[in-house]
Design a binder for this molecule. Structure first.
Ligand SMILES: Nc1ncnc2c1ncn2[C@@H]1O[C@H](COP(=O)(O)OP(=O)(O)OP(=O)(O)O)[C@@H](O)[C@H]1O
Ligand SMILES: [Mg+2]
Length: 219
């Protein structure tokens, strides 16, 4: 992304969050972007994580070619930069209408207090996500609620955005090129995602949300 030897300094104030593999920072020069670096704690497994990022990047590159990336419900990839923590991978930073960084679906699902305000909207955007994944043939690994951000406008939820784990780990990812394989994969991942939600969230409103989703979506 930056051509010169310029190093992007990721200070702790810019830290957004971390998962099991990566740390995510706000880009110091552009508030619409975030920079992901590999967790230093994963020293030995760095290669495997590098491979996972390359999968994601390879997928987004394939999507860029067919133009689907602009509409896709995934945070767009913009290339690499050098950082004080090694290679940084630059993605679109997902923010709510008020400028705050969007919370994950997990944050919404785990609490009845939060869900109470957003249940019908969440049913709507979850169904829309599934529809978009099918129509745009979005290939993902397993989908987890912590990897889906809920983008909220001033009052209502606008959409869901997948921020991690896209692409296929297959050596030759036929899903990228053959719609039949892509659709089968979306349906498989989605069924697994629903089973994960059922097993994970037992609070009253989460159960209600799943009930409504089960009624609304074709089997
Ligand atoms: N595009 C984004 N916009 C805003 N926040 C983000 C974005 N991408 C990631 N985050 C935040 O940073 C956290 C870590 O990022 P990410 O999920 O990519 O890391 P990971 O280590 O690969 O996760 P996992 O444990 O699922 O493998 C996310 O859970 C989310 O809170
Ligand atoms: Mg993650």
């Amino acid at each position: 992304m930056n051509t010169a030897e310029e190093i992007v300094f990721l200070k702790e104030e810019l830290f957004i969050g971390e998962g099991e593999h990566k740390k995510c920072y706000e880009h110091p020069g552009n508030g619409d972007l975030c920079v992901k670096v590999i967790h230093s704690a994963f020293g030995k497994r760095k290669d495997a994580i590098d491979k996972a990022i390359k999968r994601e990047v390879g997928y987004q590159t394939a999507m860029n070619k067919n133009g689907a990336c602009l509409l896709a419900p995934i945070s767009r990839y913009f290339g690499t930069v050098k950082t004080n923590f090694g290679t940084g991978y630059v993605f679109e930073l997902i923010r709510d209408g008020d400028g705050r960084i969007s919370s994950s679906l997990h944050e919404y699902l785990k609490s009845d207090d939060v869900l109470r305000n957003f249940l019908p909207q969440l049913v709507h955007v979850l169904l829309k996500l599934r529809e978009d994944m099918l129509s745009l043939k979005i290939v993902t690994m397993n989908i987890f609620p912590k990897n889906i951000l809920v983008q909220k406008g001033p009052e209502n939820i606008v959409k869901l955005v997948i921020v991690d784990n896209v692409g296929s780990a297959s050596l030759i990812p036929l899903e990228y090129y053959i719609p039949y394989f892509a659709l089968a994969r979306v349906n498989r991942r989605w069924a697994r995602f629903m089973r994960f939600l059922e097993g994970r969230y037992k609070n009253l409103l989460a159960v209600e949300l799943l009930k409504q989703l089960a009624v609304a979506q074709p089997k």
